[in-house]
Design a protein. Structure first.
Length: 357
């Protein structure tokens, strides 16, 4: 079936649909990963967004039930240059087309994803619509597209109840802002006893389990919208060792008086170079974010930049001088992408050892 992709600036791409049929509006973003499309689809940080993959052939190794980062696809739509209909991989359980159809996710293929990416890089991230309506008229839809807002995405993807993953090591309270499963797996691999809390949990409820450390996960949306969680973080700061990833990194900064701003088109992919300033080493990282900490807003007497993006110089990590807290913008748990920075989980373990009761 024919499909169209319409951007809020009036640009229209004509292609063919796959997955589900219908219409969907979202924020259009691009991911530069060559592989890892299944992890991308199920990453809760993409809630409210339509993802375009810049690599031209997607779906060639199919879909399986193991490489998921949440229980279902979190994207609103999916854009590829060419969809592989006949995957070849011993782990494949179904095609990408069937997977998206089964989960009611609309996809579009056979469009020029290079041209789309160039538009987003030059004009910035924008809203758009995928439609399989043969009578689609942009004039009838443009106001609806422009008015689209991602409403309360963190509460859409967070756990609704406290979850417990047993371990015989340090007890970690993990605040779920839209976490990827590999964060839990990375902690369990190190023996941690993991308690996953909803994003709107109270500080006193988190501290009531007497954790050895607190983690703040990745997640979707504008960090400034997470007012309740920011207030909770303020109450938790300094009480226990703390480690924040992605949205957790941004919220911790906001809780300590810094500011955040939206990037023109974000960082999304598996090959972003980030320098660990203390180690004087550059690592290749997995990233998925549209916001960054404003470095000039940081209180340099309490906060220091620990990691820096080598492409655009943005803040990729912060350490707090007056308490056992550190955060990073990238994904040390990867999935997809390189695991070069998994050492940060070990640093969190060492921090809990130092400050444990």
């Amino acid at each position: 079936m024919k499909a169209i992709l319409a951007l809020e600036d009036g640009t229209i791409f004509h292609g063919e649909s796959f997955g589900a049929q219908g219409e969907v509006i979202g924020e259009i973003v691009f991911n530069t990963g060559m592989t890892g499309y299944q992890e991308v689809l199920t990453d809760p940080s993409y809630c409210g967004q339509i993802v375009a993959m810049t690599y031209p052939l997607i779906g060639n190794y199919g879909v399986n039930s193991e490489d998921i980062e949440s229980e279902k696809p979190q994207v609103k739509g999916f854009i590829v240059r060419e969809l592989c209909q006949n995957p070849s991989n011993w782990r494949a359980e179904e095609t990408l087309n069937n997977y998206l159809k089964r989960n009611n996710i609309i996809g579009i293929e056979k469009i020029d994803t290079r041209a789309l990416t160039r538009i987003l890089r030059e004009k910035g991230t924008m809203k758009g619509m995928i439609s399989t309506d043969p009578n689609f008229n942009l004039d009838d839809k443009i106001d609806e597209i422009k008015a689209y807002v991602i409403k309360d995405p963190v509460m859409c993807v967070t756990t609704k109840e406290v979850l417990h993953y047993k371990g015989d090591g340090f007890k970690v309270a993990l605040i779920d802002l839209g976490l990827k499963k590999n964060i839990v797996r990375s902690l369990l691999k190190r023996g941690c006893d993991v308690h996953v809390f909803p994003a709107n949990s109270k500080a006193e409820d988190i501290l009531a389990i007497n954790p050895d450390g607190i983690m703040l996960s990745n997640g979707p949306g504008d960090p400034k919208d997470c007012v309740e969680t920011i207030e909770t973080i303020k109450k938790l700061m300094g009480k226990k060792p703390m480690f924040g990833i992605c949205l957790g990194h941004q919220l911790t900064a906001l809780a300590n008086g810094a500011d955040t701003e939206k990037l023109k088109y974000g960082h999304r992919g598996a090959n972003h170079p980030v320098k660990d300033l203390e180690k004087d080493l550059t690592y290749i990282t997995s990233q998925n974010h549209g916001y960054t900490i404003v470095e000039s807003s940081m209180d340099k007497s309490r906060m220091t930049v620990s990691h820096r993006n080598m492409n655009d110089g943005t803040v990729e990590g912060v350490r707090y001088k007056d308490m056992p807290v550190f955060t990073v913008q990238f994904h040390p748990e990867a999935s997809p992408g390189p695991e070069d920075t998994a050492y940060l989980f070990d640093e969190f373990i060492d921090m809990m050892k130092k400050y444990s009761r």
